[in-house]
Design a protein around this ligand. Sequence first.
Ligand code: NAD
Length: 349
Amino acid sequence: MNITQVATPTHEGVYRVEAAEFGLVGFIAIHSTTLGPAAGGLRMKPYGSEDEALTDALRLSEGMTYKNAAAGLPLGGGKSVIMGDPTSLKTPKLLRAFGKAVDACEGRYWTAEDMGMTPADMAEVAKETRFVAGLADGKFASGDPSPITARGIFNSIRQVARHGLGDARLKGRTVSVQGLGHVGWHLCHRLKAAGANLVVTDIDADRVKAAVTGIGAEAVSLDDIYGVEADIFAPCAIGGILNAQTIPNLNVKAVAGGANNQLATPQDAELLHGRGILYAPDYVANGGGIINAAAEILEIETRVDWVDEKLRALDDTMNNILTSAKDAGVSPAVVAQDVVAQSMTSRAA
Ligand code: NAD
């Protein structure tokens, strides 16, 4: 196992992790520990290059600082990535080697599930370190965060409906959903139960088929999702999809979804605002999962009640952000940054 520090002026610590014998190359990025130990999930995907993987870790860990601050958690921002296709390259040995790297951070970084990871994978990582959340077993185990993430996103969708469409009702409204994975799937079921019409896409044809036959969703192609005429667009797959190419095509009144780093650049929030599309800042909308994991990290005895209370507070935060943005005539992304800055200044003091 080889751990080397990567110099980055924006982050407190970034580490390249390699264990060639297990095919492990990855990065652990600690953006900030101002509010507490850095916490954020582990993502495994087939990155095109090490630069791409590093950039993802840097962006995602910064987003975790904002997410944890906005959720009122005593946690900083971190994230880790492993290069490779999880369906073919993820092995117990690789996960345990990664666990050793997490342990070497000595509690400055806590990991959990992100894309490509399951509670069973976290159990492998946990054989080498105690700094793991999202486990299925154990006194404080919080399990798969996705259902709670989806709950938070559903709340945010109701908030953008309330602020952007006149009322929070979802019955009869159309929501387009990009990505039917852990989060998107749970979200679609909630939306369906609330009476929404669903238009969906995913690169996995089986998931699309299941959504069409199982919950009556309408399917569109990967590219067509951006032009779908709907009330709300819920991106629940990958980052960077709100950009100069897609935003002019959007045919919705609001965007609220679970994917991290939806905006390709901060200016894209202005593009959305200029088009009159209400944007629910992603790191506020998708904070449910880390709230769930935080209960495990912080060893909360009354986990269910605590998570419920934090989710309600997050919903209030989104409501306040959308209200203030409307009053000030600015993008909610701008107000969300102010909320984070205030939270970090007041709580770090
Ligand atoms: P997942 O891997 O389970 O699901 C992602 C889905 O998106 C898959 O079905 C995949 O086939 C699909 N997909 C990938 N690229 C696509 C594309 N270009 N177009 C359409 N579909 C595509 O991941 P997840 O856990 O559901 O997470 C989804 C997003 O939400 C990610 O950005 C993740 O970082 C973010 N997020 C997840 C959680 C959580 O609790 N799981 C918490 C916060 C944020």
